[in-house]
Write a protein that binds this ligand. Structure first.
Ligand code: AMP
Length: 300
């Protein structure tokens, strides 16, 4: 997997935290680390990246051979959430060491079959994909920053993705279409056969040729920090499918629920704290609670 590793400054209506651990690659790695497969990370940080965060990833058995530590400043992002936590403003994005990043996928990672292209410049996502020998299942994430800033490059990448994961406003932006179902059709015509649309506290939709699956959101009383929910979803989704090794409709539906479970753990605490000390048992418990949420009388 590839993505950003960074230091986030996040303000919610309830609290503020500066230079906390963040980045799409970090959330994806931590979330997928609970599903048993090896998590091979490709990314870059500056020399100012605290070593305790490297240790945290190592403690979650993330293979960091593809992590470059270079002279300069680590990626930084700042965001501010509104009272409606589904609405977020980006205050700044400092690419820093990502500006000159030339990803090199270590030899031993190149045979990986399951690839998660976390939210980062689509040019870098493509560079990583080009180095893989025989990718069989490619999950891709992106965000408004790249849809607006690197649209052409993103459109070049999409035919090579099996799954695109984006949120509802990004889907509307990418397709230039306000209706989500029509937007989904347009996006799938751009390449990915499966589209997952995340709808914040309203759950997620998986749309394929064969079926549409709607997953509820977990009704949390306290959402502490929504940052990283999308990436945690992508980590849980890909991690589960890698564990299952079989892309059936039922496994795709389970993957959406495992992704949603990881996102729900993520938002319960600030930064990556909600993903740091989980057990697979806890994750399965939450999966079962998700099942109960939308089970209804099927005999009617
Ligand atoms: P999410 O809340 O899932 O959209 O992900 C938030 C994470 O994405 C934060 O930890 C940020 O550091 C990271 N992020 C924000 N903007 C970008 C960007 N333009 N490229 C890569 N990562 C980003």
């Amino acid at each position: 997997m590839v993505g950003s590793l960074g230091l986030d400054t996040v303000q919610t209506p309830f609290d503020k935290v500066e230079n906390a651990l963040g980045g799409s690659a970090v959330y994806i790695s931590l979330a997928s680390s609970y599903f048993g497969g090896s998590v091979d990370l490709v990314g870059v940080v500056g020399t100012d990246f605290p070593s305790k965060y490297i240790k945290l990833l190592e403690d979650h058995s993330v293979d960091l051979e593809g992590l470059q530590i270079v002279e300069g400043k680590t990626f930084r992002w700042a965001g501010k959430y509104h009272y409606d936590l589904n609405v977020r403003d980006t205050i700044y994005t400092e690419l820093n060491v990502f500006e000159k990043f030339d990803p090199v996928v270590p030899e031993k990672f190149r045979k990986a079959k399951f690839i998660c292209l976390g939210n980062i410049d689509p040019v870098l996502q493509l560079k990583v994909l080009d180095q893989m020998e025989n990718p069989q299942f490619v999950v891709c994430d992106t965000m408004n920053y790249w849809i607006e800033g690197k649209r052409e490059e993103l459109i070049k990448l999409l035919p090579r993705a099996n799954v695109l994961i984006i949120n509802d406003s990004e889907a509307r932006l990418l397709a230039n279409e306000p209706n989500l179902i029509r937007a989904a059709r347009k996006i799938r015509e751009m390449g990915p056969e499966i589209l997952v649309i995340k709808k914040g506290e309203h759950g997620a939709l998986l749309i394929s040729d064969e079926f549409i699956f709607s997953a509820p959101a977990y009704p949390l009383e306290m959402i502490y920090d929504p940052t990283g929910a999308g990436d945690s979803f992508a980590g849980g989704f890909t991690g589960f499918l890698h564990r299952a090794q079989d892309i059936t409709p039922d496994n795709l539906k389970s993957a959406v629920i495992y992704g949603s479970s990881m996102a729900s753990f993520c938002v319960e605490k600030f930064s990556t704290k909600g993903l740091e000390d989980l057990s697979y048992l806890q994750i399965q418990d939450r999966y079962r609670e998700f099942m109960k949420l939308s089970r209804f009388n099927e005999s009617e």
